[in-house]
Design a protein around this ligand. Structure first.
Ligand SMILES: Nc1ncnc2c1ncn2[C@@H]1O[C@H](COP(=O)(O)OP(=O)(O)OP(=O)(O)O)[C@@H](O)[C@H]1O
Length: 605
């Protein structure tokens, strides 16, 4: 709902300066529309006078004259139509031009950041959506203007005939209009939900059709069918909800358009007894049936069809720049601009105070896109510090940290990396809210894929559903870590840093989670606390002060005494691969550590 309110707020915020700059045009439109006011006023007033002062008073000529006045008033109103359309162009075409300009400039800047993601949407905005906006806006202006001046003419006529008429007429009119206005935001939200569900289903169906062979080969038919069914059900739910609100709107329409004449007829005896003339009664009925009801009907029909669409389309123009296509955004996050490393440290030094011994000392390191790097080392060797510096949380005291080849900027942080510490942050709310914390637009489909990939199924079953309330105190540490991992997985930034973020998972769960992250296109840096975790990485960084080394497990067994020690400490639990060992440099056995390890196996590093 907040998002829908946001849509209306954004659209009205952008509309205000647009209209302010065209005050003259709006006033000219209003000037022409005054003729419509006059027509409406004379329509009912002429009929009332024709009866009271003419036919019922035995003066048929006077009656005919008043009827002629009411009829002739139609002519200037027709003239007004011409003038209105002339001014309308001044109000409508600039909107279209502005939207096209906005779509084009967004497409150009978007093409730099998301070369594949913006084309289809931009094209649709420049052509189809801007036309919808223009037609919708023109319809809205025409109908709204006509409604305002017709209602004003009718109300002025009723007042002129007999002010007490308003006591009967106004309540249903106001009530119906209020109910109708109350449906505006929910209807726009439901309309948007429906569009989104429709797009999601269409995208899934298209992808499934293209991948039929792969689906069959991988035995994923059942899963694909389930996904399709879920998406179709989403769509049905959205359509039902939209239909329910449409029902409310029909009731509002009936109250607004049909009740006033009905109440007038019911109240006629009382009004006539209290001095209302027969002519005024017929005049009032003329206003209600010939002017008010059609105007209300036209406005409501217009708002319920074009209005909702207009709001949705305009919101897409005023919305934040488009995300990449769903598959891409759900799995990749913002792609790097070039082939530069995702993150790079150049001779980075870091100390926690001016007089403190540096934790990082002229350390250089680069993390390539898609790379999986493990960081190991004894307690206190600076692994978490490195993670924080790499993530831009801590600024180096010397050297440079680069993201995508550019110096780190705080503004880029959320789009470039996600850093998960050992202590997982879980808040009271639904499981869905917790999981979507870093990516509020994550679809249920991508959440389901994440649950499958990371093994959150048992937790989901225990909680019952994604919407189940999640109480942090009732989760085990491992479950909290799984939720945080799920969140990071959905965020899928170009760089994911797990700082012992799987420490409370059992080895199998940890393996599954790390493999899932490694399969994402982004780079993965894991501060490892198990050797198995380190050995899954493409490269391992061994934090060892000035002797810090980086390489594959096999290389490090040759070049890093510390790594050999660390590997040896694990041996009872996790035998290093034979091919990685040099016979003459066999690792130490358990219990023969060099004193650097603060925590004995199996807690490991
Ligand atoms: N906020 C801080 N203020 C001062 N010193 C700190 C701070 N955080 C860490 N240190 C010190 O910096 C050094 C490196 O700490 P860091 O937490 O990065 O090591 P680590 O390898 O991650 O350790 P562990 O494996 O125990 O988490 C340690 O000597 C630690 O005491």
């Amino acid at each position: 709902m907040a998002r829908r309110d946001g849509a209306l707020t954004r659209v009205t915020r952008d509309a205000r300066p647009f209209l302010r700059a065209r005050t003259g045009t709006v006033l000219r439109l209003a000037g022409w529309s005054l003729l419509e006011f006059v027509q409406t006023f004379l329509g009912g007033f002429g009929v009332a006078r024709a009866l009271d002062h003419g036919f019922l008073a035995g003066r048929p000529l006077t009656g005919l004259l008043w009827l002629a006045v009411a009829a002739v008033a139609v002519l200037p109103a027709q003239l007004a139509t011409r003038g209105v359309f002339g001014r309308l162009a001044d109000l409508v075409e600039p909107l279209r031009d502005g939207l096209v300009r906005r779509a084009v400039s967004r497409a150009l800047s978007g093409a730099l950041a998301h070369p594949a993601g913006t084309t289809a949407r931009s094209l649709s905005q420049v052509t189809h959506q801007s036309e919808i906006a223009r037609d919708g806006w023109a319809g809205l202006v025409l109908t709204l203007r006509s409604f305002v001046f017709t209602v004003a003419g009718a109300v002025a006529g009723l007042l002129a005939l007999e002010p007490r008429l308003l006591v009967v007429v106004l309540p249903p009119l106001v009530l119906g209009a209020a109910v109708f206005l109350a449906t505006l935001l929910p209807m726009a939200a439901r309309q948007r939900d429906y569009l989104t569900a429709d797009e999601a289903y269409a995208a899934h169906a298209g992808k499934a059709a293209a991948d039929l062979r792969d689906i069959a080969a991988a035995g994923a038919a059942d899963r694909t069918v389930t996904e399709s069914r879920d998406l179709a059900e989403d769509q049905v739910r959205a359509a039902r909800s939209l239909a329910r609100w449409s029902g409310v709107r029909v009731v509002a329409l009936a109250v607004c358009g049909r009740f006033p004449p009905l109440l007038l007829l019911l109240g006629a005896p009382w009004l006539l007894r209290n001095g209302l003339t027969p002519g005024a009664l017929v005049g009032a009925l003329t206003y209600l049936t010939q002017a008010l009801a059609p105007a209300v009907q036209a406005l409501m029909t217009m708002l319920s069809t074009v209005g909702g669409r207009l709001l949705v389309v305009l919101d897409r123009f005023t919305d934040a720049p488009p995300p990449p296509a769903e598959d891409e955004s759900d799995s990749q996050g913002p792609p790097p601009r070039d082939h530069a490393p995702v993150a790079e440290l150049r001779a980075v030094t870091f100390a926690y105070g001016p007089a403190a011994h540096p934790v990082l000392d002229r350390l250089s390191l680069s993390v390539a896109p898609g790379e999986h790097l493990a960081v190991v080392g004894p307690s206190g060797s600076g692994k978490s510090t490195l993670a924080a510096v790499l993530a831009g949380v801590e600024a180096p005291t010397g050297g440079t940290v680069l993201w995508h080849g550019r110096p780190v900027r705080g503004a880029d942080a959320t789009s470039v990396r996600v850093l998960l510490p050992q202590h997982a942050y879980v808040f009271t709310g639904s499981l869905r809210d917790n999981l979507r914390y870093l990516r509020p637009d994550a679809s249920d489909r991508s959440i389901a894929a994440m649950i499958d990939a990371l093994g959150l199924g048992p937790l989901l079953s225990r909680l019952g559903s994604l919407d189940a309330a999640l109480e942090p105190d009732r989760l085990s540490q491992g479950e909290r870590q799984l939720v945080a991992l799920g969140r990071a997985y959905l965020a899928a930034r170009p760089l994911t840093i797990l700082d012992e973020a799987t420490s409370r998972l059992d080895p199998a769960a940890e393996t599954r989670a790390e493999r899932a992250f490694a399969a994402l296109p982004g780079a993965l840096v894991v501060v490892a606390h198990r050797l198995s975790s380190a050995r899954r990485a493409d490269r391992i960084l061994v934090m060892d002060g000035p002797r810090t080394r980086c390489g594959t497990s096999a290389e490090l067994l040759r070049t890093s005494a510390l790594y050999r020690d660390l590997a040896g400490l694990w041996e009872p639990d996790e035998e290093p691969r034979r091919e990685n060992r040099e016979p003459e440099q066999a690792p130490h056995k358990s219990g023969r550590g060099n004193g650097l390890i603060s925590t004995p196996p199996p807690s490991l590093f």
